[in-house]
Design a protein around this ligand. Sequence first.
Ligand code: NAG
Ligand code: NAG
Ligand code: NAG
Ligand code: NAG
Ligand code: NAG
Ligand code: NAG
Ligand code: NAG
Ligand code: NAG
Ligand code: NAG
Ligand code: NAG
Ligand code: NAG
Ligand code: NAG
Ligand code: CU
Length: 600
Amino acid sequence: MLASFPLVALFLFQAFAAFIPSAELVPIGEGELFRRQASSSLTPSATSTTKPDSQCTNSPFTRQCWGNGFSITTNYDSTWPVTNKVVSYHLEVKNTTLAPDGVPRVVYAINGQFPGPTIRASWGDILEITVTNSLTTNGTSFHWHGIRQYKTNHMDGTNGVTECPLAPGKSRTYRFLCTQFGTTWYHSHYSDQYTDGVVGTMIIDGPATSNYDIDLGAMPITDWYYRPAFELAPLVQRGAFPGGPTGSNILINGTNVSPNGTTGQYHRTSLTKGKKYRLRLINTSTNDNFKVGLDGHNLTVISADFVPIVPYTTQWIFLAVGERYDVVINANQAIDSYWLHVIPQRGCSKNAVTNALAIFSYVGAQSPVPSNATRSNAPPGADCSDPNDKLVPYVKLNVPDNYTIPAKSRLDVGFAIVQDKANQTLFQWNLNFTAIVVPWGTPTLQYVLNNNNSYPSNMNLISLPDANAWSYWVIQAIPTIAPPIPHPIHLHGHDFYVLGAGSGIFNNSQTLKYKNPPRRDVAMLPASGYLVIAFITDNPGAWLMHCHIGWHIGLGLGAQFLEVPDKIAGLGVGSEFNQVCSDWNKYYDTALFDQEDSGL
Ligand SMILES: *[C@@H]1O[C@H](CO)[C@@H](O)[C@H](O)[C@H]1NC(C)=O
Ligand SMILES: *[C@@H]1O[C@H](CO)[C@@H](O)[C@H](O)[C@H]1NC(C)=O
Ligand SMILES: *[C@@H]1O[C@H](CO)[C@@H](O)[C@H](O)[C@H]1NC(C)=O
Ligand SMILES: *[C@@H]1O[C@H](CO)[C@@H](O)[C@H](O)[C@H]1NC(C)=O
Ligand SMILES: *[C@@H]1O[C@H](CO)[C@@H](O)[C@H](O)[C@H]1NC(C)=O
Ligand SMILES: *[C@@H]1O[C@H](CO)[C@@H](O)[C@H](O)[C@H]1NC(C)=O
Ligand SMILES: *[C@@H]1O[C@H](CO)[C@@H](O)[C@H](O)[C@H]1NC(C)=O
Ligand SMILES: *[C@@H]1O[C@H](CO)[C@@H](O)[C@H](O)[C@H]1NC(C)=O
Ligand SMILES: *[C@@H]1O[C@H](CO)[C@@H](O)[C@H](O)[C@H]1NC(C)=O
Ligand SMILES: *[C@@H]1O[C@H](CO)[C@@H](O)[C@H](O)[C@H]1NC(C)=O
Ligand SMILES: *[C@@H]1O[C@H](CO)[C@@H](O)[C@H](O)[C@H]1NC(C)=O
Ligand SMILES: *[C@@H]1O[C@H](CO)[C@@H](O)[C@H](O)[C@H]1NC(C)=O
Ligand SMILES: [Cu+2]
């Protein structure tokens, strides 16, 4: 029976293997039916308890399945389940004092927590999230990082682009469909506010490319500053910290010991030997990029941002700001405690801590603290680059290659020191020679609704009027005009295709990958190098593209694409948009503080 049903063999193999062999996964071409798993009885393995059934439902054995005909093979760019289920949350931002690593400071916590509550829904659900701003001297706006916001641009939470900031004391409700699944985070887009705590994680449950028993949930990793960002950012603008302020610590899921070890506590995770665990790593940093590894164990990487990939195994995963990787850990080592290392990469980080730690302990371990004698992984390489050749999307999609990228599609990253109106030194980062500044009180969508095309040049708006057209961009770091550091480039509203990244100036002679290239929503622009991306203009709206280093976007490293504006009025931008703006403009007339940077 096994011999005549290779699929059975495949699924038996999956149940026992650390990962699905890529050869079994790649060749699902267009028109091929999704492979349902065998319905014959399988002996549950030591690592799984649920048998697959003939309807292909999701279980520890069959993570590729989802149900009702949806699975990991579904092209979620065009198809998703419609559950009609509305999942509601209420998030309140409030100024409070917390001590995540034992050292107290002012934190703009969400529902009293830092990081904020995890928002969790399933593929195809509608999320309805009411946000209340209980800060007294700041607006806020909530961006759902990586969520495509298909035809719901006005729910993107980008103040000055898709909405006015939410005034103190006010509430608004974001409502959007979860067309994708996987792991992400949400954060304030109001200047550097997320650095001060306005951040939380999001999980959209769906199928996966590798089996696992237990979902450990999200593990956000961030740099942490004892001085609040609202104090640091004005100093950054004046050039007080070339290369950015030095982080005081690194927090793993919101906790750590202080750098001298006297206070705070390690993040702890408990593992049962023989089980497989899914861990959702998220880099929620302001500045630092990390490599993450667990002593004695491999990480099987199953998704990059929201895009499921053909699993691959590595000891260290590089995590740029805003990037996410879901990994599966096989608890198949000796019963003991092990260090998880988070290493800020020299060359793309600045932190007092050089090796942040968390503890993974097997149930029954003798010591709750790892002994140092054995099982440490070899240190990671010092690079700051995405493992693009390893990121093979599971659903294969290609980009037309019969197009030569013209010079006008090149957007240069630059840096300048200028004088502001008061003749004070002002550091600026720019994209295509403009440091973006968005007008909080008249966001781009307001211009669109008013049919006003007189955009101030510092809104750095790039018009993409044609619907469903391929759009190609070269982001080019210019060594002669900008310090040679890498930048994590993030685009709202799309998973873009990463056609290539490398050092030097792009001139169309470099090889690009058009056949199933990596897709994601953040990609690393190498220091003094280029990043070539493409996307289809299928989502009308104003979409910000920016460097995700908080200090850099604050100083202007961004642009916005105005995509198919003719179709925006029809999206149902409602009365709440106008209410939020009139509340904001009323508040801002007498606000204590002015906008002091790009606003983003
Ligand atoms: C938060 O509280 C601090 C200390 O009381 C105060 O200086 C700051 O203005 C408050 N911030 C906001 C945004 O309300
Ligand atoms: C936000 O609040 C902080 C703390 O009161 C203040 O320093 C900063 O200027 C405010 N920023 C804006 C733009 O409102
Ligand atoms: C991180 O903390 C949250 C809240 O305490 C928890 O739900 C989640 O499981 C933790 N993540 C990990 C990976 O332990
Ligand atoms: C350790 O660091 C904490 C936080 O910075 C500080 O309050 C404490 O005084 C330090 N203790 C020692 C012994 O250095
Ligand atoms: C997290 O992202 C930030 C911003 O791109 C980056 O500077 C930092 O290095 C990333 N951290 C890790 C651990 O990758
Ligand atoms: C980790 O992966 C490497 C390369 O695939 C392999 O040689 C090694 O045995 C694996 N280690 C564990 C603990 O699974
Ligand atoms: C044990 O290893 C950890 C992580 O590498 C390190 O921080 C710590 O100082 C080591 N302890 C000793 C006693 O060597
Ligand atoms: C490029 O190829 C696509 C199909 O792959 C086709 O639709 C398009 O017209 C071609 N464009 C040019 C400029 O030849
Ligand atoms: C800034 O400098 C210029 C030229 O030196 C001078 O004309 C102007 O008055 C100065 N402005 C302020 C606000 O000091
Ligand atoms: C269009 O926008 C510009 C820039 O904000 C503004 O000066 C102008 O009054 C607006 N025009 C209309 C008709 O609203
Ligand atoms: C880049 O800037 C130049 C000079 O300001 C401008 O002519 C060009 O249109 C801009 N490129 C795009 C794509 O907007
Ligand atoms: C294009 O760039 C490559 C790599 O930097 C270089 O070797 C080549 O000479 C350049 N070609 C042209 C036509 O400039
Ligand atoms: Cu940057």
